[in-house]
Design a protein around this ligand. Structure first.
Ligand code: ADE
Length: 256
């Protein structure tokens, strides 16, 4: 845990090897290697006090599954917090959390960091949630068998925003959600593949036309796939015009 890293990420997990393994690759792996963020993995099982190293127990009130106990989780989180800089956000990952999105990722990338607690099994004792963490985050409306993959999703989304994590400094700015819209379509060589051609405007060298085409595609795609994002957005005059044209062209295509 270098004091020089821009971001500190602690992960409390029963599967540290899974998390470490995922961090050996790609943008996250490179960022870790280059010291852009510091990683601290803590396994609650190390803090279980009985001979069986028990971390879970049956739910009061009955029902299926097991519930993660307070004590090992709390000790693991305290251990992680003792090595973290002041001000890190302590977050439990769970399907019952508030939604993690690009805005949260951006805020977190400003530091100082996070301690992510991966839930498991059927749930986590509510007293741990109430007393030990600042927030509960969900990465989407579906249920995972545990919080490890969610923690990795959060780490990826946050770390790639750190200066120097991506090849080009523009990459993070010019992508889906960069300004509240989905990304526009991308193409590379060959210019024609099995009869499908790259849109001519992208090969025209006309940068103003390319910018307008990309903005129109981003608007149209967002309108088609995530209409609520368009409804939430205050469209500029140009954006309104481009979206109307997109809709009209699409309507004409479906009529013909
Ligand atoms: N754990 C289980 N499901 C999850 C979800 N959707 N988001 C975050 N953590 C989870």
């Amino acid at each position: 845990m270098s004091g020089r890293a821009a971001l500190h990420v602690g992960v409390v997990t029963l599967f540290p090897a899974l998390v470490r393994g995922a961090l050996e690759h790609g943008v996250l792996g490179r960022a870790l290697e280059r010291g852009l963020f510091a990683l601290d993995l803590v396994d609650p099982r190390e803090f279980a006090t009985d001979v069986h190293r028990t971390v879970d127990d049956r739910p009061y009130g009955g029902g299926p599954g097991m519930v993660l106990k307070v004590e090992p989780l709390r000790s693991a989180l305290r251990d992680a917090a003792a090595r973290a800089p002041a001000g890190v956000r302590k977050v439990l990952l769970g399907a019952d959390g508030s939604r993690f999105d690009q805005g949260v990722a951006r805020a977190m990338s400003a530091g100082p960091g996070l301690i992510l607690v991966a839930g498991r099994y059927e749930g986590v004792d509510e007293r741990f949630v109430e007393q030990c963490v600042d927030e509960v985050w969900s990465i989407g409306d579906y249920v995972l068998s545990g919080g490890e993959f969610a923690a990795l999703v959060v780490m990826d989304a946050v770390v790639r925003l750190l200066p120097g994590a991506l090849g080009s400094p523009d990459s993070a700015a010019e992508e889906s959600f960069g300004d509240g819209l989905l990304d526009w379509p991308h193409y590379t060589r060959p210019p024609c593949l099995d009869g499908a051609s790259v849109p001519a405007v992208l090969m025209s060298g006309d940068h103003a036309a390319i910018r307008r085409w990309r903005l129109q595609q981003a608007l149209g795609r967002t309108w088609l796939r995530r209409p609520e994002l368009v409804e939430r957005r205050e469209l500029s005059g140009e954006e309104r015009e481009l979206l109307e044209e997109f809709k009209a062209e699409r309507a004409a295509r479906t009529r013909s």
